[in-house]
Design a protein around this ligand. Structure first.
Ligand SMILES: [Zn+2]
Length: 451
């Protein structure tokens, strides 16, 4: 068993930042991390480890860099890269004008396959080593995404979109098809390697009662699946879904009625929840995917982060690409800060990074595998190098502590500062992983792994 050793500054979270201040964020000014066979074997202060007999001569020494846990994106749409940054619409028109046409292209299996590879490459280039992903209503698009994630060795949760009304005919499935195709994908992919399956009704507005019933049936048949969908994103959407389901007492109640509300449910957005809906999220232990870039871009509204956290609702950070304007979770953190500033809450860097690492892992019930750099966890980590962005480099010279440094990364950083990513202990690079394609983005050139 060959152990890779990296000696560098290292930061991660041992616990929820809402707990005792000293137990959460752990920072090593001169740390060492070791990993072998895809798992972390060692995390310690370098000098202490050396005193105890660790031979540091084989460690790559990078005092200039900062090692962080890989980022987790709790809500992102693989087929929507092509419509990122499209102009002028709010949610319901956005779906009709941009999202649905983009997803229609995935009827073509070759487009679907190519996009899956590109999407996985793009996630890794942005430092996202795990994600919870929507594909399209075409079952093959989920198949292709799982294949690409498996090739990359990523821990990834995804599901075929269930949608049988209020969208173009060619995108619609039926309750029967939803059941059959989802079950086949679950049997093949759920729990295979690092992959997991989420039952994925797009949202209440595009599924019939019969299809929501099928979604609930899948969750009952396979209790360790996840449920991912959208909830309470935009006021017009809320009013419209209320007309579709007049029997429901509120938006969340639609999902409750079909057995789609539980501790493995992850709801994107949750901006306009009532107090009762928030309470029911707390009671069920369901999680919220906070998508600040998307929420600002579509003008959907401002998530009440402080309130949700106070209620004990797990909140994970997410990009929601294509409505989100970038895949970089550093940018999501920066946008989250602005969303909170507009509500007189100064989001701290520790809380922001927590929501993209350990907090997200907990929200997605992946904490036993990923989320921090504790020995035993899977070795998904990033080598951050702020000096790759000149303005940021200048700012970093004046940072006095790790929190100021992290705040500068989230305010001014982007994927350029991600010098290298490790997935299951393997450095992402052309020679590190057979079949890996070179990015066309020349900014992103990982060092071939010689470790
Ligand atoms: Zn979304």
């Amino acid at each position: 068993m060959k152990q890779t050793l990296l000696r560098s500054r290292i930061v991660h979270f041992r616990d929820d930042i809402a707990g005792p201040p000293d137990s959460a964020l752990e920072y090593f000014e001169d740390g060492v991390i070791g990993f072998a066979d895809g798992h972390i074997t060692l995390l310690d202060d370098a000098r202490r480890a050396a005193k105890q007999g660790l031979d540091l001569s084989t460690a790559e020494h990078r005092p200039d860099a900062l090692i962080s846990c890989g980022f987790i994106d709790a809500h992102v749409h693989a087929p929507q890269l092509a419509v990122m940054g499209s102009y002028g619409e709010k949610l319901l028109d956005w779906l009709q004008k941009y999202t649905f046409p983009a997803e229609l292209r995935f009827a073509d299996e070759e487009i679907s396959r190519q996009n899956a590879d590109f999407f996985i490459d793009a996630l890794l280039a942005h430092g996202t080593t795990s994600a919870m992903v929507f594909t399209t209503s075409f079952a093959h698009s989920t198949e292709h995404l799982f294949e690409a994630a498996q090739r990359a060795g990523m821990r990834l949760i995804a599901g075929k979109v269930l949608m049988d009304c209020n969208a173009p005919d060619a995108l619609l499935d039926t309750p029967e098809r939803a059941l059959r195709e989802s079950a086949a994908l679950i049997e093949k992919w759920h729990g295979r390697g690092r992959l997991g399956y989420a039952v994925t009704p797009r949202f209440a507005g595009t599924s019939s009662r019969a299809q929501l019933t099928v979604a609930g049936q899948l969750l009952r048949n396979y209790p360790d699946l996840w449920l991912q969908t959208h909830l309470s994103e935009n006021r017009d959407e809320i009013a419209w879904t209320a007309t579709l389901f007049p029997e429901a007492s509120d938006y969340l109640n639609i999902y409750e009625r079909y057995g789609l509300h539980g501790e493995r449910s992850v709801y994107a957005h949750c901006i306009h929840l009532t107090a009762s809906e928030q309470q029911r999220l707390t009671d069920a232990g369901a999680a919220v995917a906070f998508c600040p870039s998307s929420n600002l871009f579509l003008g959907s509204g401002l998530l009440e982060l402080q309130q949700l956290r106070e209620r004990g609702i797990p909140v994970a950070l997410a990009t929601d690409v294509g409505a989100g304007t970038g895949l970089c979770q550093l940018q999501s953190m920066g946008e989250a800060y602005k969303v909170c500033q507009l509500q007189d809450y100064a989001l701290g860097a520790a809380e922001a990074f927590y929501m993209a690492t350990l907090g997200a892992a907990r929200a997605l019930h992946l904490e036993r595998y990923i989320g921090n750099l504790a020995p035993g966890k899977e070795a998904d980590l990033l080598l951050l190098n702020g000096s790759r962005v000149p303005l940021l480099r200048e700012r970093l010279r004046h940072c006095r502590n790790i929190r100021e440094e992290l705040f500068a990364y989230m305010s001014m950083g982007d994927e350029r500062i991600i010098e290298r990513a490790y997935v299951s202990g393997v450095a992402i690079g052309k020679s590190a992983r057979p079949g890996y394609r070179q990015s066309s983005d020349q900014e992103w050139q990982f060092t071939p792994a010689a470790y």
